[in-house]
Ligand binder design. Structure first.
Ligand code: SF4
Length: 301
């Protein structure tokens, strides 16, 4: 049996940066440290943070005085950041710079009089944060939705959730181009996501079974498994959070196993899953890294 591990599997650049900030801050802190919402959608990492005494609060209102508050990778809504400032809480901004970009653009473009069209999931923390930077009207468009009637609107600016597929963003920009007098399209898609998705597509074509590791709450991890299931029979694609979930029967009769992981999956969890697959192969499995057809911007290996 051979396990081929995606070079892009695991923490993206932005998540690694914020996770390191949390560990460094809590290791050096003499006062309590907390995060505003879970930093990432990965239960094992959250457990490690808790082990270092880092608490998670959903609202600034609940954070005790004197606590150092870390803003998570997805960012935070403007009123919550303002409240933290008013309360004098020490704040460390862990917002990924690729998420900061659409926040800044939302503010700037709405100040310039553009009606914002934000392509993304209105329930996602990143989109809530980006929308809160708008200082004028905006519309949040779910994937695949047409632009609604916007009476009187002449100029629009289109921005996207960082993890969106470029196809959806392009479709909205194309529709806007023929519906409004002036259109600004700001490409706020993070290439890390696109590259991870492209690689899993390539990997799925070269293996018989695909294992995708990551939190069940992680949208980007679920999407990797969905892409895999478009290429392989769905019963040969398995999304797991932990090594203990793997079943020997999934691998019986197969030699080529692919392994990828979402942007919030730590290296040690990926390693434990690979080690568990090893135990299902007589004499252990051979390991190699996948060679994608492109050079990833932030490869992990
Ligand atoms: S996927 Fe991209 S935008 Fe999201 S945290 Fe990672 S680097 Fe930042």
């Amino acid at each position: 049996m051979r396990i081929t591990i995606a070079r892009t599997a695991g923490f993206c650049w932005g998540v690694r940066r914020t996770v390191n900030k949390v560990f460094e801050t809590s290791a050096a802190a003499t006062t309590p440290v907390a995060t505003l919402g879970p930093v990432i959608h990965n239960p094992q990492t959250i457990e490690k943070f808790e082990g270092q005494g880092v608490k998670v609060y959903q609202q600034v209102e609940d954070v005790p005085e004197g606590t150092t508050l870390i803003i998570r990778t997805h960012g935070a809504v403007v009123p919550q950041q303002a409240l933290a400032k008013d309360r004098g809480l020490p704040v460390i901004d862990g917002t990924c710079p690729y998420v900061k970009f659409p926040q800044v653009m939302a503010q700037r473009l709405s100040r310039d009089g553009y009606h914002l069209i934000i392509v993304g999931d209105e329930k996602h923390a990143e989109i809530k944060g980006v929308a809160s930077y708008a200082e004028g009207p905006y519309t949040i468009l779910k994937t695949g939705e047409p632009i609604p009637d916007l009476p009187g609107v002449k100029k629009v600016a289109v921005i996207s959730q960082t993890t969106n597929d470029a196809t959806h963003f392009k479709a909205v920009v194309a529709e806007a181009a023929v519906r409004f007098r002036e259109v600004r399209a700001i490409n706020t898609i993070c290439y890390d996501t696109a590259e991870r998705q492209t690689e899993v597509r390539e990997l799925a074509r070269s293996v018989q079974v695909l294992i995708v590791v990551g939190g069940r709450m992680s949208a980007n991890t679920r999407h990797l498994a969905e892409i895999g299931a478009e290429i392989l029979p769905p019963d040969r694609v398995h999304h797991v959070e932990r090594a203990e979930e793997l079943e020997a029967a999934w691998f019986e009769g197969f030699e080529e196993i692919g392994l990828s992981a979402g942007a919030s999956t730590p290296d040690d969890v990926i390693e434990s899953v690979a080690a568990q697959i090893d135990t299902f192969a007589a004499g252990g499995a051979e390991r190699r890294y996948h060679q994608p057809s492109f050079t990833p911007t932030h490869a992990n290996r």
